[in-house]
Ligand binder design. Structure first.
Ligand code: AMP
Ligand code: GLY
Length: 424
């Protein structure tokens, strides 16, 4: 197969690492990629949302499978663009069309979908500028903390959790009346706060069958003990200790099956990954959010735990034969620790040279935000490197990642020392 993978983060480095191991691979292109992905394929300077340029590249390079890493091209309709084009319509795209990507692209759509299919989730209501006063009244009727969610994509910043009613009302107004998140907050979902422990569950589906992938736990806050600002994710572990067979049976029966079936019933073809952000409330799963792609940094632990040939699974998705494919896992745990730029998630500097990458033997270093300058590797993002290790247990894997992190240096580098603290 001649594969084009879109994206440039740790998720895409991990996917390119896995795709490169496939016996079915003829050539891999990554657009735009990073200094890590070029080990496994050819980086191509294309924007993930420049569909006409992607078309030209696909045709000129006889690409016969396109794998989408991030949500933005999916929500903007890259799959629909391929289906509507005579020359592209037979090139399979791994990632849902716009209608299915709405699960992530619109919180209101996702909530209504869950409501229609009796999928457990927090109680909610949706408001617009015109119904701001009703929004205030709804907040009055709720108990703190207050959860406000911009309906559309807001680069991971669209969820606000507020302790105080006055602040919640002010933020609701800022989102609806003052376009705090631009068009993404022209609608706002207010929902009940759920207290519990979170995990990320993933499936791949061809729209009929689905296969469960390993679950993971992500650590989103910048500070140890889950404190401070939200980030894209500071580390992850897999498996997750509380995701025992009893809990995962509930996830399967109450969440996964109704979701896949619901999409089918609503004639929403869905080919790709579904990411369920789940919260365990006293042993019962509730859906916090859907994403239409894999998570980052979760991918950096779940993809290394996948034993099966990933292009075989993608082919199953493309040809509606996923049910016939075999999914096997590596019987080892995995952990990843994210090294980030000093200052992240607020202002930080790029272009710091990274030293020590060649000294790492016990871990796989996935590049999250890097660029290259000749042989030198430079930081090029807030999240810079995801240091993944295997272990007999999550604990052993984490220790390996921390040992490796000590051998890597760049100016201002920071990482959390307590990944996994709540599940060990
Ligand atoms: P998101 O940006 O959608 O991933 O949401 C950010 C974070 O907000 C989630 O990972 C949760 O920790 C938290 N969150 C979202 N919705 C709720 C809720 N209803 N109850 C408690 N926490 C929530
Ligand atoms: N790690 C969470 C996400 O990818 O959205």
């Amino acid at each position: 197969m001649r594969v084009l993978l879109l994206g440039s983060g740790g998720r895409e480095h991990a996917l390119s690492w896995k795709i490169a191991q496939s016996s079915q691979l003829e050539e891999l292109f990554i657009a735009p990629g990073n200094a890590g992905t070029r080990q496994y394929g050819k980086n191509v300077a294309l924007s993930t949302t420049d569909f006409p340029s992607i078309k030209t590249f696909v045709l000129e390079n006889r690409v016969n499978m396109v794998v989408i890493g991030p949500e933005e091209p999916l929500v903007k309709g890259i799959h629909d663009y391929f289906l509507a084009d005579e020359a592209l319509k037979n090139v399979p795209v791994i990632g849902p069309a716009k209608a299915g990507a709405q699960l992530e692209g619109s919180k209101d759509f996702a909530k209504q979908f869950m409501h229609r299919h009796a999928i457990p989730t927090a109680k909610y209501a949706t408001f617009t500028k015109e119904t701001l006063d009703q929004g205030y009244k709804y907040l009055d009727s709720m108990k703190p903390p207050y959860v406000l969610k911009a309906d559309g994509l807001a680069a991971g910043k669209g969820v606000l959790i507020l302790e105080n009613l006055q602040d919640a009302k002010a933020e609701l107004k800022a989102m609806l009346a003052n376009a705090k998140f631009g068009n993404a907050s022209s609608r706002v979902v207010i929902e009940q706060f759920l207290k519990g422990i979170e995990l990320s569950v993933f499936v791949i589906t061809d729209g009929d069958a689905y296969k469960l992938l390993p679950e993971a736990k992500d650590y989103k806050r910048i500070g140890e003990g889950d404190t401070g600002l939200n980030t894209g994710g500071m580390g992850a572990v897999s498996p997750v200790s509380f995701a025992d067979p009893g809990f995962m049976d509930k996830v399967k029966n109450q969440v996964i099956i109704p979701t896949v079936k619901g999409l089918r019933q609503e004639n929403i073809p869905y080919k790709g990954f579904i990411f369920f952000g789940i919260i365990n409330v006293k042993g019962d799963p509730y859906v916090i959010e859907y994403n239409c792609r894999l998570g980052d940094p979760e991918t950096e632990v779940i993809i290394p735990r996948l034993k099966s040939d990933i292009l075989d699974l993608f082919e199953g998705v493309a040809t509606n034969t996923l049910s016939e494919r075999d999914v096997q896992f590596v019987e080892k745990s995995a952990a990843t620790v994210m090294m980030v730029a000093g200052g992240y998630p607020e202002a930080y500097e790029n272009g710091k040279q990274i030293f020590g990458l060649n000294s790492i033997e016990e871990s796989i270093v996935f590049h999250a935000g890097t660029s290259s300058d000749g042989p030198a590797v430079l930081s090029a993002g807030g999240r810079v490197l995801a240091i993944t290790s295997y272990g007999k247990t999550v604990q052993v894997a984490l220790k390996r990642s921390y040992d490796s992190a000590q051998k890597i240096e760049f100016e201002g580098a920071y990482y959390r020392k307590d990944i996994g603290f709540d599940v060990l």
